[in-house]
Design a protein around this ligand. Structure first.
Ligand SMILES: Nc1ncnc2c1ncn2[C@@H]1O[C@H](COP(=O)(O)OP(=O)(O)O)[C@@H](O)[C@H]1O
Ligand code: SF4
Ligand SMILES: [Mg+2]
Length: 328
């Protein structure tokens, strides 16, 4: 089977006044159709930049591709022409983000924005765009399937009249208009209240199952990933450090950083075990640590760790990038 997404040795930097930040350093990630994968790691580790790389939203200054390749359904994303790229962004990949307000236009009603997107998709797929009454009907149906109350009335409302959770549902509805194969959700519930968070996550889980979507869910919250994803990918400072079945990795993490992340989560059932934050700071990517980028914060680091970059290896039923993975 062709992987839906195949990222090979992907290296990306941002050039700025202070120099070149080496933001992604040799990312390898293969995602098969129907997989649900969660990408987790501290703020600034490159999760969003990786997601945006997949839709080729980073290959302009200050972004600079230093090497590697990204294939979507067998096609080289970096070699795509304008039409292929529009197809990729319209029908291949859908993205939803943390702050829905940024992606809704405040001066147009929800209905007007959805009608535009629906008709644009009709055109992109070579059909005559449906008339606005038919597009409004489709928009209302979509909002209904997002469990929004009174979907027809919702069409005439403006983004600022909706709650954060409602706006996120509208954006999810819009993301699904092009019947994408891969849904990338980048911290989709981080800005929402906890109860609304749970509802939106449940909705995403249902839509993924109903439309047989492949899901790439980005979060700094291990609980969110555990609830929705079968596979988890742990990132640290622009590298992938552990990748495997979520149950396997969470039950028995093999990378010292994954262990640190898990230990930093408060355990409500054992309040006497205080959550332990990972000591030290995330590194400055203008001059990232040599060898293993985690070495300045790793309690197990040996001399080799400061010298050689660890590669991903299969250890205990998952992949780990640590020189001591067998012993740790
Ligand atoms: N457009 C940009 N220009 C310069 N640096 C950027 C840009 N976007 C992201 N970065 C840098 O890339 C790194 C990774 O960012 P990001 O992917 O947003 O992290 P995460 O999503 O994991 O919190 C950060 O150091 C960030 O400052
Ligand atoms: S390679 Fe070395 S520094 Fe990096 S996580 Fe493993 S033991 Fe720690
Ligand atoms: Mg981010």
């Amino acid at each position: 089977m062709t992987p839906l997404l195949d990222i090979r040795d992907w290296r990306l930097a941002f050039d700025g006044f202070e120099g070149r930040a080496q933001v992604l350093d040799g990312i390898n990630l293969t995602v098969m159709p129907g997989e649900t994968i969660g990408i987790v790691g501290e703020t600034g580790c490159g999760k969003s930049v990786l997601a945006r790389s997949v839709a080729r939203l980073v290959d302009m200054p200050p972004g600079r591709i230093l090497g590697g390749s990204i294939h979507f359904d067998g096609q080289d994303v970096m070699a795509m022409n304008g039409a292929a790229l529009a197809r990729l962004r319209g029908h291949g990949i859908a993205m939803i983000f943390q702050d829905p307000m940024t992606y809704l236009n405040p001066v147009f009603s929800i209905g007007a924005q959805m009608v535009d997107v629906i008709r644009a998709h009709d055109r992109a797929s070579g059909q005559r765009p449906r008339n606005s009454a038919a597009a409004r009907k489709k928009a209302a149906d979509l909002l209904g399937s997002m469990r929004l109350p009174e979907p027809a009335g919702m069409l005439d409302r403006y983004p600022h009249e909706l709650s954060g959770g409602m706006r996120q549902r509208v954006l999810i509805a819009m993301a699904l208009i092009g019947t994408p194969r891969l849904l990338i959700a980048d911290e989709p519930t981080t800005a929402l209240d906890v109860t609304i968070q749970a509802q939106v996550l449940r909705l995403i889980a249902e839509l993924v199952a109903m439309h047989a979507l492949t899901l790439m869910l980005i979060s700094h919250d291990l609980g969110v990933i555990g609830a929705l994803c079968r596979r988890v990918v742990v990132m640290y400072a622009g590298t992938i450090v552990e990748d495997g079945e979520a149950t396997t990795v969470f039950a028995n993490p093999r990378h010292p950083y994954t262990r640190g992340l898990l230990a930093a989560v408060p355990d409500l059932e054992k309040p006497q075990h205080r959550a332990q934050p990972i000591p030290g700071q995330i590194p400055n990517l203008l001059s990232p640590p040599s060898g293993c980028r985690f070495h300045p914060r790793c309690a197990l680091a040996v001399e080799q760790c400061t010298r050689d970059k660890p590669v991903m290896r299969d250890v205990a039923g998952r992949s780990v990038a640590c020189h001591l993975a067998e012993h740790a």
